[in-house]
Design a protein around this ligand. Structure first.
Ligand code: BEZ
Ligand code: FE
Length: 293
């Protein structure tokens, strides 16, 4: 083995990192060393720049805890979270595409009746989501649940309303036996990713958008089908082509149909104010049957 020079260092490090019994860890670590060395050779950082990078990562770690995950946000704005999601959800053609869960999901939302209002005390324009949960062949899916979370009409999630006695803007709906669902909420609005941390510091040195187009998060599950975590985005939103975390996939852009005051809502109610109707059928992929014994 030669002594270390700028030219030989990568090969020497790679040789050393091959000495790992776990084949997956070996694959990951040798690839990491290879790509990190290539990155450093590409940018040729000064000592001061490298110290700044280490300081950035250190502060990002210190900001992260069970309530705030600045490292995940860093992965989100780099497009890495959506890439990991895409690699892990290579759905069949026709299945509803997945997106990242994001930091605002709170488990154990209240269970709501079909058509119940999960935004009863929240500001915003009333919005009804209607549709079906079905399989790839168009079959009705029975026993589906839809777990929703979103901002209120002022752009805030429950976690961003510290004074609130939750739950706020979230609910779990059970689809009807034929797979149909009816949800009442308020329309979400576009909002900024958290900009008061290290990621915001970095974003502020770029011309990139830190906005997310208006969306509603859905986690859809049914027995015998692969679970789906996704968003529905409002067509025509100013930031639809500029989502800070790369979450927008074309089949997830939906028309929020504006209805005038005096119209009948999908619930049958006559509405005194204008409201939106969002129609969407979620398509789930069936799990492979276990091989017959
Ligand atoms: C969101 O839930 O909207 C979100 C996802 C990733 C980063 C920031 C916010
Ligand atoms: Fe969101």
């Amino acid at each position: 083995m030669p002594y270390v020079t700028e030219d030989t260092l990568t090969d020497i490090a790679l040789e050393r990192w091959k000495d790992i019994p776990d084949p997956r860890l070996k694959e990951v670590m040798t690839s990491l060393v290879k790509h990190l060395h290539a990155f450093v050779r590409d940018i040729e950082p000064t000592q001061a720049e490298w110290a700044t990078a280490i300081d950035f990562l250190t502060r990002t770690g210190k900001m992260s805890d069970d309530k705030r995950q600045e490292f995940i946000l860093f992965s989100d704005v780099l497009g890495v979270s959506m890439l990991v999601d895409a690699i892990n959800h290579r759905q069949s053609n026709g299945a509803t595409p997945s997106t990242v869960e994001g930091p605002f999901h709170i488990p154990d939302a209240p269970v709501m009746g079909n058509g119940a209002n999960m935004a009863a005390n929240a500001p915003g324009i009333a919005c009804f989501c209607i549709g079906k949960v079905q399989g790839l062949a168009g079959e009705s899916v029975t026993g589906a649940t839809l777990d929703l979370w979103q901002t209120d009409g002022e752009g805030f999630y429950e976690a961003q309303r510290p004074g609130i006695d939750g739950p706020w803007m979230r609910g779990i709906y059970r689809a009807q036996p034929d797979g149909s669902y009816l949800i009442r909420t308020v329309a979400p609005i576009a909002y900024t990713i958290p900009m008061d941390g290290t990621v915001g510091e970095l974003m502020n040195r770029t011309n990139m958008s830190h906005m997310r187009p208006a969306h509603i998060h859905f986690a859809v599950n049914a027995p015998g089908y692969h679970g789906l975590v996704t968003h529905l985005f409002q067509a025509g939103d100013e930031w639809i082509n500029d989502d800070a975390v790369y979450g927008v996939k074309e089949p997830l852009i939906v028309d929020f149909k504006k209805m005038p005051a005096g119209s009948k809502a999908p619930s049958g109610e006559l509405m005194n104010e204008p409201f939106y109707v969002v129609s969407y059928d979620f398509v789930l992929e069936r799990k492979a049957q276990a091989a017959a014994a």
